[in-house]
Design a protein around this ligand. Structure first.
Ligand code: SF4
Ligand code: SF4
Ligand SMILES: [Zn+2]
Length: 140
């Protein structure tokens, strides 16, 4: 059964169903409740998730994420996977496999560690790929 949670204090609320780390997204808790929430409350300014075919597919198949699906990686995922790999160096298929093999708790810890600056110890956005405070010139 797909885990839907509208509670930010639930650790699993940061796990995007397609393998995106919602917890690292700048919109999370600001303009979005996260992929795993079904809340249409006032914070949910981003509307795209309701039409996301991957999210719909996962819920229809009663899975928690694509890593539980024998069709990984299916055609529905291909454009998103390509975009994440090219633009952000994030491998969403690998993420899905890791969520399954590591378990959600360890995967969340690994993502937090990956997106925390080793110099200033502040979190940075996965979409920036590195800390903009400590290495702003590295961004290309
Ligand atoms: S792309 Fe779809 S499945 Fe992935 S995090 Fe966004 S809403 Fe969820
Ligand atoms: S891998 Fe594809 S078919 Fe399987 S749940 Fe994810 S989106 Fe649906
Ligand atoms: Zn830093």
């Amino acid at each position: 059964m797909t885990k839907i949670t509208n509670d930010f204090s639930d650790p699993d609320s940061v796990i995007g169903m397609c393998g995106v780390f919602c917890g690292g997204c700048p919109a999370y808790q600001k303009t979005c409740y996260g992929c795993r929430s079904a809340s249409k409350g006032p914070l949910q300014k981003r509307k795209s998730k309701w039409k996301c075919k991957k999210r719909i597919c996962i819920i229809e198949n009663q899975l928690n994420h694509c890593g539980e699906c024998i069709k990984l990686s299916c055609v529905l995922r291909k454009p998103l996977e390509k975009r994440y790999l090219q633009n952000y160096n994030i491998d969403l298929t690998k993420n899905c496999h890791q969520i399954r093999t590591l378990g959600s708790h360890s995967w969340i810890q690994s993502q937090k560690q990956k997106f925390t600056c080793p110099y200033c110890t502040l979190p940075f956005s996965p979409y920036d790929q590195h800390c903009l405070i400590c290495s702003p010139l590295e961004k290309n």
